[in-house]
Design a binder for this molecule. Sequence first.
Ligand SMILES: CC(C)(COP(=O)(O)OP(=O)(O)OC[C@H]1O[C@@H](n2cnc3c(N)ncnc32)[C@H](O)[C@@H]1OP(=O)(O)O)[C@@H](O)C(=O)NCCC(=O)NCCS
Length: 184
Amino acid sequence: MAPELQPDFSIRPAVMCDLTAIRALHADALRHLSCDYYDERQIDAALRGIGTIDPALISAGTYFVAADGDGLIGSGGWSPAGQLLGCGQPNGNDIGAGSTAAAIRAVFVCPQHAGKGIARAIMAHAEWRAREAGYRVFELMSTLNAMTFYVRLGYRPVEAANLTTPDGPTLPAIKMFKGEACAA
Ligand SMILES: CC(C)(COP(=O)(O)OP(=O)(O)OC[C@H]1O[C@@H](n2cnc3c(N)ncnc32)[C@H](O)[C@@H]1OP(=O)(O)O)[C@@H](O)C(=O)NCCC(=O)NCCS
C-alpha cells in the first residue's frame, strides 16, 4: 500500500523537464544544509565532479519529486543495485558495485522546507517502489550531515568512505544499510 502523505505536498515521478529545478534544489540543499560538515570547495567539487542526479533514474521512473503549490521542495529515488552516486558518468567512486541491495539515490530537501518530514515521505515512497520491484534491502551513501536522518529511518552505518572528485577535494561519507542481511 502507498505510504500516507502529508496533505500540503504531493510526490510524483520526476520528468526530464524537472532536471534544471532538481539540480538547483540539490545545490541549494548542499550549500545550506551540509555546510557545517563540508566547506565550499568540497561542495563545489562534488557538484561539478560527482553530480547529484542521474537522468537515467528519471528515464527509468525511479526518481521522485515532492511538490507544493509553489514548485519542487524535495526529491529522491532508487536504482536497482550497484551505483550509489553521481550523475551516471564514471567518477572514480565505485562504492556499491556488486551489491544486490536497492540503492537509495539523491535525497534532497529545499532548505526552506527542512524539518517538515518531506525527506521521510520521499524515502517511504522510494522504498515502497523498490519493494514493489522485489527489493527487501537498501543501501545508500550518506553525507555526514544526513547520517542521523537515515538512522531515524532504520539505516545503520556500515563503512566510512572518502568520495573523490576530479578537482581534487575528497568528501568523507558513510555507506549505510537497511535490511535483514548486511551486504557490506
Ligand atoms: C538530510 C535531509 C534530506 C533531511 O530532510 P528533511 O526533510 O529535513 O528530513 P525530515 O524532516 O523528513 O526528518 C525526518 C527525521 O530525521 C531527523 N533529521 C532530519 N535531518 C536531520 C539532521 N540533519 N540531523 C539530525 N536529524 C535530522 C528529523 O528530526 C526527523 O526526526 P523524527 O524521527 O524525530 O521525526 C536534508 O537535510 C537535506 O537535504 N540535506 C542536504 C542534502 C543531503 O545531504 N542529502 C543527503 C544525501 S545522501
